[in-house]
Ligand binder design. Structure first.
Ligand code: BGC
Length: 762
């Protein structure tokens, strides 16, 4: 620290400004004179995309393990496994001389149409935050940095460089920032990458509130904030907003602008120094890890295989899977020969090797004969001949396995999807094959939900294989053959149709802005609120065995918010295969001051059980499990009252419910103001004390005047309504206006006096 301070003291203004901008596509600016080395960063997130020449923007990257993408990772619900993957990624960074890996991505899946959803974990902030924190802790435990991205509210590709995400404070805090907050607090990423877009009208790269106030001051982020590549518009405004390091470089004009701004007094040099300090801290930290050696290609391939097999989700199974005793398996679909294991864009990895799904199935089903038909072309054309060929193959076989990959022209970084559909050819293919072969299994490779209405009822089984990483072909064969009992569960809802999705009428915005009008209600929070059926709910995933839940207990019936709770439940494997169950714990608030989602995920655990075995699973629930963000108090608050703890196998499969009572330890400030409604006055203990007598008087007078439900007041003046129901939601000042004649002073003055009394009582 001291060293860094004296280094800064020795730096020229030009050197400081240059350090705050990259020297090339992937490097910081070294300062030889002062012994400041160059730091190298590379994409991320699910592999190391290290270009051989770090100064070149685009070229084929060095071979690295392509692990499954985030949709698959999150479906494992296995934080320890993600941690292991982080360690492996760090080993590859060390081999390839990479100081900071640009990942993970912790943005919410606001709509299944998001082109980049495959790179993100979930529609649920708790799950995404746990995954991101574990990823970061894994990588950083090896002395390699990460970049938590894209901060914030970057939930679509449409106009992603400029659009303004219009999102209210509470939604921002509870949905779009929570995963970042968890990751920062639980793992301290070395860097956080700001997003391209604007948030409520201000570029994320210049967003003082998001970068300085929330990320750095409130959450205590110690690292540096880097721009997404090309996200800076105004370098000086960005520095003031808290953006430390602009990428990519070089950007000579920007450097000059910073120097001039300091000289002219427009930019306080202390702001520049703070960014320099943060950058130097990370650069020197990075250099503490020597970048030498090699990594074990086979071991990492095996780890990628293991993760893929844990992340695959068996969506439907009428009993056909696992396959057994089939002599002839018709393997249909080009993804069987050409594995679709990653997405397009900046995360695209040059894999060390790729498992071919067809070959892997052949190895595992060694007693079966496998035949192959391509089924669909690479492009958008419709090829009936390919369907005909597949159908005749399927007819002659005992079972058909369709490997269906959503093509890159339908899903990639850089553009959103326009629908949830597979290609027309793929849908026709599945329909035609399942018509002649009832024993049809569909294996999907995609990064986000697809619609299945047209064919789901006609097929025997559906396995969601995701963008499964380079070894995913083995994992598919494992699950199909029963070598692995599937245990993945969805980290996002599969809707029935596009028009059901939460952001549908606000998507994707236009004229420079997108309204997050659905507010808190994304994913299952929305489908719960609308009581809307879905294709597959959040948290859903089948196994070859079954699990029973019993004996749920909470550590206390009544508890203080600051103490939290521990919930335990016994889970028994009631089937015939060893298997893993993911137990989900949701919290439901009986009554709250502001509207809340029906239930929210606040904990989970994954447990492996042999047939007949029972294990007790426990999940801790802390203050935040019960709190919500109150935009007027500007803090997370809890309220006294009852909560249900829902212990579930999926968002739609609640197995045990406990009811507990929370005692809030908060003493909240009085937020009554001159526009507060009568109801708000009454809800605040201070307000109630101050206006109690007055309220009784107003009620009596009003009911006499206008009538009321209460018979005492008769009906002669009735307006056919309960007047107080109306008045309670009027500002106190407006109610008093109607009583003006009877008041000793003007209504405004009276309210001002009452407010003073209430605020004094704090
Ligand atoms: C992407 C980032 C990526 C960066 C560098 C950007 O276009 O949004 O995720 O890390 O490029 O490749």
């Amino acid at each position: 620290m001291k060293n860094i301070q004296s280094l800064i003291a020795n730096m020229t203004l030009e050197e400081k400004a240059a350090l705050c901008t990259g020297a090339s596509a992937w490097t910081t600016t070294p300062i030889e004179r002062l012994g400041v080395p160059e730091m190298i960063v590379s994409d991320g997130p699910h592999g190391v995309r290290r270009v051989p020449d770090v100064h070149a923007m685009a070229m084929e990257s060095l071979p690295a393990t392509c692990f499954p993408t985030a949709s698959c990772l999150a479906s494992t619900w296995d934080v320890d496994l993600i941690h292991k993957m982080g360690i492996a990624l760090a080993e590859e960074c060390i081999t390839h001389n990479v100081d900071v890996l640009l990942g993970p991505g912790a943005n919410m899946k606001r709509s299944p149409l998001g082109g980049r959803n495959f790179e993100y974990f979930s529609e649920d902030p708790y799950l995404a935050g746990e995954m991101a924190a574990s990823f970061i802790n894994g990588v950083q435990s090896m002395g390699v940095g990460t970049s938590l991205k894209h901060y914030a509210a970057n939930n679509q590709e449409f106009q992603r460089f400029s659009i303004s995400a219009e999102v209210d404070e509470r939604t921002l805090r509870e949905i779009y920032l929570t995963a970042f907050e968890k990751a920062v607090k639980q793992a301290q990423p070395w860097t956080v990458m700001c997003s391209y877009n604007k948030v409520n009208g201000t570029f994320a790269s210049e967003h003082h509130y998001l970068l300085n106030e929330i990320l750095k001051d409130e959450w205590g982020f110690e690292g540096l904030v880097v721009s997404d590549w090309g996200a800076v518009r105004d370098r000086v405004a960005a520095l003031k907003g808290g953006l430390d390091w602009e990428m990519p470089g070089p950007q000579e004009r920007r450097v000059k602008a910073v120097v001039e701004a300091v000289r002219s007094g427009e930019l306080d040099e202390a702001i520049l120094d703070e960014s320099v300090r943060r950058i130097l801290n990370i650069v020197f930290k990075a250099k503490e890890t020597p970048k030498t050696g090699t990594f074990d290609i086979d071991a990492h391939h095996e780890l990628a295989h293991h993760i893929a097999s844990e992340g695959m989700v068996l969506l439907k199974n009428n009993g056909l899977l696992p396959l057994k005793g089939q002599h002839h398996i018709a393997v249909i679909g080009r993804a069987a020969e050409n594995a679709h294991f990653q997405g397009g864009g900046s995360s695209h990895i040059h894999p060390t090797k790729v498992a071919v799904p067809f070959k892997e199935l052949q190895t595992q089903a060694s007693n079966s004969e496998l035949t192959y038909a391509e089924g669909y072309p690479t492009d958008r054309s419709f090829r009936q001949d390919m369907i005909d060929q597949a159908v005749s193959l399927a007819k002659s076989a005992d079972v058909a396995v369709l490997y269906i990959a959503l093509p890159t022209f339908k899903e990639s970084e850089g553009y959103d999807r326009t629908d949830l559909d597979l290609t027309e050819q793929q849908v026709a293919l599945i329909k035609a094959v399942s018509k002649v072969q009832p024993k049809t299994v569909v294996v999907l490779n995609n990064g986000a939900p697809v619609a299945m209405n047209e064919w789901i009822d006609d097929v025997a089984a559906v396995l969601e294989g995701w963008m499964m990483g380079q070894a995913g072909g083995i994992a598919i064969a494992d699950v199909l053959s029963g070598k692995v009992n599937p245990s993945g569960k969805l980290a996002e809802t599969f809707p029935l149709k596009l028009s059901d999705t939460p952001s549908h009428i606000n998507w994707p915005g236009g004229a420079g802005a997108v309204s997050y009008g659905e507010g808190l209600f994304i994913g299952y929070r929305y489908y719960d609120a609308k009581e809307m059926p879905v294709l597959f709910p959040f948290g859903h995933g089948l196994s070859y065995t079954t699990f029973a839940y019993s004996n749920a207990k909470a550590s206390a019936k009544t508890f203080k918010d600051t103490d939290g709770l521990t919930v335990t439940v016994d889970v028994t494997n009631t089937g015939e295969f060893t298997g893993k169950e993911i137990v989900q714990v949701y919290v439901h608030d009986h009554k709250s001051g502001l509207v809340r989602p029906q239930k929210e995920l606040k904990g989970f655990a994954k447990v492996e059980l042999k047939p007949g075995e029972t294990k007790s699973v426990s999940v801790k629930l802390d203050f935040r499990a019960f709190a919500y963000y109150h935009p007027e108090y500007k803090q997370w608050i809890t309220e006294d009252g009852d909560f249900d703890i829902l212990i579930a196998a999926s968002a739609a499969d609640i197995r045990q419910t406990l009811t507990v009572t929370l005692q809030s330890t908060l003493s909240l400030p009085c937020i009554l103001d001159k526009e507060s409604t009568v109801r708000e006055w009454l809800a605040d203990p201070r307000g109630k004390a101050v206006i109690g007598a007055l309220y009784t008087e107003i009620e009596t007078q009003s009911r006499k005047l206008f009538g009321g439900a209460d018979e005492r007041y008769g009906n002669e003046n009735a307006m056919g309504m309960d007047i107080m129901d109306m008045m309670n939601d009027m500002p106190l000042v407006s109610v008093l206006m109607f009583q003006q004649g009877a008041l000793p002073m003007p209504a405004e003055e009276m309210v001002a006096g009452l407010l003073m009394q209430a605020h004094k009582m704090e």
